[in-house]
Structures are given as C-alpha cells and as structure tokens.
Ligand binder design. Structure first.
Ligand code: NCD
Ligand code: ZN
Length: 349
C-alpha cells in the first residue's frame, strides 16, 4: 500500500473553543479563524455571557477582531445560570443568534462560579430546550470536595448526566471534552440525543506528560488528563467513525504568567496545531479515512447545520514541525500545546 502524502477535507469546525476577550481575543482568534470555518464559542468570560444580548455583543467583538480575509463564523453559546430565562433562549435560538447553552457545575473550572449549584432549579430550562431542539453542552465533572479529581467525570455521568438524560430524553446533549473510557462507553450506550467532543490533547497525552520528571503546568487542564487506558479508549472512539464523536479543541489560552504559578490556571492552548495533531494521530492509527468525519462532518451533522463547502488540503512533509521556531512570536507570552510526538502534517496555504 502506498503511503498517503496529501489529503483534502471539507473545512473543519471547532465544537468547543475559548477565544477570551480584549487583547487575548486579538492574539488567539487568528489561529482559530484561519483553520476553522466555524466554532462553538465558550461563554466563560468574566463576567460570563448569560443572555442572548450579551452573546450578540460578544459575537460583534469577535467579528471586529477577525483578520482580513478570514472567513469565520462564531457560533454563540449562553452560560446557564439558575436565573436563565427560557424565553430569552428560545428567541435567541430561533433567530439564529445563539446555538447552544453551556452547563458548568458551579466551581468546576475556570470562571464557573456563576454556574449551576442546584440542577433542579434549571429543569424548566431543559424542558424548553428539549421542545425547541436546542443543544445543551455540559462540562461533565462533579465538584464535591470528597470526589477525587480523577473520578469527577465518571461520577458526573452517574450522579448528574444520567438523571438529566432520563428525565429529558428529547434534550440534545453534548458531553464536552470527554476524558475517560467511562464517558466514551456511556455515549455509545445511548441513542441519537447524546454526543461528545474530544480534544487533541486528551487524544495525544496521558497524565504522565503532566507529572513525570517534574510538574508541567502546560499540560494541566480540566477535565484533568487521565491514565493511558483512558486515552486509548478516546482514540478508539475518535477514529471509529462513530458520528457521535467530533473535535472540540478546548483550546483555552492563559498567559504563561498565569499558568506558571504555585496555583496555575487550567487550560491548554492548542488552536495553532489542533488539526495537524489530529492528522498525525489518525495516520498513526491507520485511520486517515476517518479524519474528515471527526473534524468536519460529525459535528455539523449533530448540530443540524450544513457541512462546510470550503475545503482544506493537508500535506505530509519530511521534516517535523519545530514548535519553538514556528510559534516564536508567542514566546514568553503564550505556550502552544506540544503533543510530544513529531508532527509531519501541514495545512496547505
Ligand atoms: C477552560 C478555561 O480556561 O476557560 N480550561 C480548561 O482547562 N479547559 C475551562 C474549561 O473548559 O473547563
Ligand atoms: Zn473548555
């Protein structure tokens, strides 16, 4: 069999990204808007994006920061609080201003303090969303102090997600950035109303990258990276072709200053190399024929949106990408995800 050196795909979308605001938005947006046609924009700003009006204002700030020539559509998300108004969501969703609602258990991750504490208080919101077909995106971790941080996703499935799925079978749910075999198995055990995003970093590294030989804050993110057996289960899900799994980079930039601290921020900045990381992984798995589904088709299909018409071509090079040289301009400010494996793929300009 001859080796594949080039592959053309429908242009990918990112179904979970943090673009931030202000100066950081200007710095990181071009990496996402260059490689992706659309992205689901996380609403965990300070303060969070809680209404349709706030989402529309944030969308304008994103569009104003877009580099010339980039053809990119931000898909806006509202942050669910115990005060969220179903009418506001319905109007926003039906007008196309917003695409989904994000559930952060209060305290689960960066800027999630306004999230939901008592899930009973948002049942009327889920009911309306189920009626209108609006997707609920969940950060799937419990926050109970007595639950080990490595178990928080698995416990969330049993204690929070399954009861929601049982009570609202018509609600369309995306379990975001899954990190465990438990989550991949759970998604497969359900029917059409449950899907999951997977990040490049959870596909490419396990917790040893973060903890062996010294602590490596750039690999610290939430949900925290797990042991190798979980990574392998995620790889199986991603390359399987199963339409319920698709890319959400969870690119979550924090300045190096904020990451390299005694108490550093959670988040991996992978927007610049997310696609070539996936190409590298899928090639290693002999699954390049499943790459387009994962990057470009399964996501819009689940969200009920058209697949992009534009295409990108990925080419294989002889020389591995030199991350330090390639992203030198970010030096000392922002660190790009290093998958600890050489990257031979490039997006053709
Ligand atoms: C995200 C961030 O920094 O906003 N951090 C992360 O580790 N993924 C928040 C999140 O998505 O959990
Ligand atoms: Zn995130």
């Amino acid at each position: 069999m001859s080796e594949i050196n080039s592959i053309t795909l429908k242009k990918p979308d990112d179904w979970h990204v943090h673009l931030r605001d202000g100066d950081m938005l200007k710095r990181v947006l071009p990496y996402t808007s260059k490689d992706f046609a659309r992205a689901i924009i996380m609403p965990n700003l300070v303060p969070p994006v809680c209404t349709t009006a706030e989402a529309m204002a944030y969308k304008q700030r994103i569009l104003s920061a877009l580099p010339n020539g980039h053809n990119f559509t931000p898909l806006m998300v509202v942050y669910l609080t115990e005060d969220t108004q179903p009418d506001d969501l319905e109007q926003g969703y039906k007008s196309g201003a917003i695409q989904a609602v994000k559930l952060y258990p209060a305290g689960a991750t960066t800027n999630s303090e306004s999230g939901v504490k008592d899930f009973g208080k948002v049942h009327h919101v889920f009911e309306r969303m189920a009626q209108i077909g609006m997707p609920l995106l969940v950060h799937g971790e419990v926050v109970d102090a007595d639950i080990d941080i490595f178990d928080r996703e698995a416990v969330f499935i049993d204690k929070v997600l399954e009861p929601i799925v049982q009570k609202f079978p018509a609600l369309k749910v995306v379990m975001e950035h899954i990190t465990t075999k438990d989550a991949a198995d759970y998604i497969r055990s359900k029917d059409a109303n449950l899907a999951a995003t997977i990040t490049p970093h959870h596909l490419m590294i396990n917790r040893n990258a973060m903890l062996v030989g010294g602590i490596k804050p750039h690999y610290y993110c939430l949900p925290i990276v797990k042991r190798e057996s979980h990574r392998l289960a995620l790889v199986v899900a991603a390359v399987s072709g199963d339409k319920r799994f698709f890319l959400g980079t969870d690119s979550a930039p924090h300045s190096d200053e904020a990451k390299l601290q005694a108490c550093g921020c959670a988040g991996v900045f992978n927007a610049p190399n997310a696609i070539i990381c996936c190409a590298t992984l899928f090639e290693q798995q002999n699954a390049l024929n499943k790459l387009e589904g994962f990057l470009s088709i399964n996501g819009p299909t689940y969200y009920g949106l058209p697949v992009n018409e534009a295409e990108i071509t990925l080419v294989k090079t002889d020389k591995a990408l030199n991350l330090a040289a390639e992203y030198k301009q970010l030096d000392g400010a922002l660190t790009v995800f290093d998958p600890l494996t050489p990257l031979f793929w490039r997006i053709k300009e």
